[in-house]
Design a protein around this ligand. Sequence first.
Ligand SMILES: Cc1cc2nc3c(=O)[nH]c(=O)nc-3n(C[C@H](O)[C@H](O)[C@H](O)COP(=O)(O)OP(=O)(O)OC[C@H]3O[C@@H](n4cnc5c(N)ncnc54)[C@H](O)[C@@H]3O)c2cc1C
Ligand code: SF4
Length: 504
Amino acid sequence: MNAHFDIVIIGSGAGGGTMAHALASSAARILILERGDFVPQEDENWSPEAVWKTLRYRAREQWLDDEGRPFTPYTHYNVGGNTKFWGSVLYRLRREDFQAVEHLDGNSPAWPIDYDTLEPFYERAERLYDVHGETGADPTEPLRGPFPHGPVPHAEGMADIVGRLRGLGLHPSSLPLGVRDACVLCNTCNSFACKLHAKSEADVCGIRPAIARPNVTLWTNACARRLLTDPSGRTVEAVEVEVNGEVRRVSSSLFVVSCGAVNSAALLLRSANDKHPSGLANSSGLVGRRYMAHLATMMQGFHPFRRNADVFQKTVGINDFYLRGPGTPYPLGQIQSQGRTHGVMAQTVVPWVPLGAYEWWVARGVDWLVMSEDLPKLENRVTVESDGRIRLLYRPNNLRAHRRLVRETRKILRRLGFWIVMTHSHGAKNTTHQCGTVCFGTDPRASVLDSHCRAHDVENLFVVDASFFPSSAAVNPGLTIVAQALRVADHIKTTDLKLMEAHA
Ligand SMILES: Cc1cc2nc3c(=O)[nH]c(=O)nc-3n(C[C@H](O)[C@H](O)[C@H](O)COP(=O)(O)OP(=O)(O)OC[C@H]3O[C@@H](n4cnc5c(N)ncnc54)[C@H](O)[C@@H]3O)c2cc1C
Ligand code: SF4
C-alpha cells in the first residue's frame, strides 16, 4: 500500500512528538511513523520488577559495541520515545554551553545559535511541558523569566539536606521538573512510565493532542527502513516503512527524522544511494560521528541509623562546579538528587545479594546523579553493519573532570554525615543521553544540518532530535530538544509550508 502526506515525521519522542504538536495547527496533512506502540496504562508501569528485572518496556533490539559484542541498549521504542521513562528534569542549557568552552581534556565547540536565539522557545517549551521551578537560586542560571509553575517542594529530608548544603557554602536550587496536576510525587518516576499520565512527556504533551486533529495521522509499529531520493539526490521522495511486517512506501513533500541520535544516524546511513554513497546527507562524512552521551555516575550516601523517609527526593540541583571546579578553572558538571533506588534496581548490579539486604540498604540511602560533559570525537560513532545492525563505538572522554566531580560529591556527602558513599556507572553502555550524531552548524563541510536542522545536502529533509547537538553540555538534554523542535516548526511554517500553499 502506498500513501502520500505533506509532512512525514519519523519518531514520536522529544523531537518528533513536539514537532507533531507544533505543526498540527497548520493545514498540512501530517503522518507520524513510530516503530513502537503506546505504552499501556497498567500496574506494571510502577513495578520495579517489570521495569528493572524483566525489562518489560525496553527496546528488544541488541546493538554491537566497539568490539562487536552485542548489548541491550538502555532505550525505549514506543509512542513518546524515551521521554515516557525520563525523570522529567527539564533544564535549559546554560548560556556558556552555546559558546566554545575549554575543558580539562579538550574543547567543547560553539553552537551555531546562542542562548538568546533559543530563549523564547525555551519559554514555550516550559509551558508545553508544564515545567516547575524557581529562579534566582542557581548561580549558572541564564537570563530568563519566571517558570510557568512554582518549584516542586522538597520533601522533609531533602529540605534538611538543602539547608546543610547551604551551610557548606553551596548553592542548591530546585530542579526544573515537568509534572502535571495529577502528579502524586511517587517513588517510581525516573525510568518508569507514569501510570497516571501525570508526567510531562512527548506522548501526553505532544502526540495525543496532535492526533486529536483531523489532519494528523499516527501509524504505530511502523519502522522506517530507508529514505528514497529523487534521481538528482536533492530531495527525499518517499520513505520505505515496515508496518506490522508489511512494507509500504509513503511519499511526502517534507520529511522530519526524529528517531533519536543513534537511530536517526542509522536511518541516514541505511539510506545510502548512488547520489549519497556514504549515507544520505553525508557529504561532510559526519553522519553518525561525534556521538556523545554524558559521563554519569550514580552515587548514594548511606547511614545505617538514618532511615530515608522521603518518597519523592528528585528536587535538588547543585551547579556550583558547572562552570569551574574547586581547584581547577575547568568545568566539572552537575550534581542532582535522584529518584529513590529500589532493592530490585540495586540487585541488577550484584544479583547474588539477597533482595532483603538491598531493601534494608536502600531504605537508608539518599541517591544522587553526577553528570559531566563528554566531548565530540570523530571516532565515537554509530555505524551500520552489512546486516543492518547498529554498531556503537564509544570511548568516554573528559574523564578527569568527571572523576574530580565524583570525588567532590563524595566529600560533600561525607560532610553531610553519610557513613558510606556508594558509586555506580553504566559507563559506555549508558545510551540514555545519546546525542550529537547529525550535528547542526553553518559550514556544510563541518556539519550535516543548518541551524534550523535542515540537511545541507537535501532540501526537504530535517533531523530534529538529540542528533543535532554540537556539544553535550552537562544538563539533561530534553528541554533543548523540545525548544529547538518548536523553533524548527516555526521555520517550516514560515518557509516550506508557505511555499507549499503558494503552489497548491
Ligand atoms: C530513564 C531515562 C531517564 C531520562 N531522564 C531525563 C531527564 O530527566 N531529563 C531529560 O532532559 N532527559 C532525560 N532522558 C533523556 C531523554 O529522554 C532523551 O534525551 C530524549 O527523549 C531524546 O529525544 P529524541 O527525540 O532524540 O529521541 P526519543 O525520545 O528516544 O525518540 C525517538 C523515537 O523514534 C522512534 N524510532 C526510532 N527509530 C525509528 C524508525 N526507524 N522508525 C520509526 N520510529 C523510530 C523510537 O521508537 C522513539 O519513539 C532520560 C532518558 C531515559 C532513558
Ligand atoms: S505521579 Fe508524578 S512522580 Fe509519580 S510517575 Fe507520575 S509524574 Fe512521576
